[in-house]
Design a protein around this ligand. Structure first.
Ligand code: FES
Ligand code: FES
Length: 161
């Protein structure tokens, strides 16, 4: 077993894991953060996307020990009941989900996109979300959700100015 310390959703976490433990397994099985989903065993679906040091990554492609000292954020860390993140709010408002299985990964990916590109066009959104598979929605409302969230977030930045 290997000792591991990292920050998850703002909380300091110290655990012992087997060296082969994946980050997604640490989150779901050791820490009970089951909002991060597993939808494949080929690193293709994106249901497992979380942020590590602010960047979106597929947590099934990273060993937990590689996250030593990192700041990890999961879907549980981006909003709360009654105060959703603007991207969560936008998925809700534009019906950007059906079964919801892909949604945590979609939202974590979309948040990273909007951080890097606050006003992405449809092509840029589809391109960015290529690594996130949705079996239900046909993607149309997901694109609308990201555009809607981008507009809301740009407006709130303007208000602060
Ligand atoms: Fe499918 Fe990670 S579980 S990409
Ligand atoms: Fe069902 Fe995307 S909403 S997989």
């Amino acid at each position: 077993m290997t000792a591991l310390s990292l920050t998850v959703n703002g909380d300091q976490v110290s655990v012992e894991v087997e060296p082969r433990t994946l980050l997604v397994e640490l989150l779901r099985e050791h820490l009970g953060l089951t909002g991060t989903h597993v939808g494949c065993d080929t690193s293709q679906c994106g249901a497992c996307v979380v942020h590590v040091d602010g960047r979106s990554i597929k947590s099934c492609t990273m060993l937990a020990v590689e996250a030593e000292g990192a700041q990890v954020t999961t879907i549980e860390g981006v909003g709360a009941r009654g105060s959703l993140h603007p991207v969560q709010e936008a998925f809700h408002e534009t019906h950007g989900l059906q079964c919801g299985y892909c949604t945590p990964g979609m939202i974590m990916s979309a948040i990273d996109l909007l951080k890097q590109n606050p006003d992405p066009n449809e092509h840029e959104i589809r391109d960015w979300l290529e690594g996130n598979i949705c079996r239900c929605t046909g993607y149309h409302n997901i694109v609308k959700a990201v555009q809607h969230a981008g507009a809301t977030m740009r407006a709130s930045v303007q208000e602060v100015k």
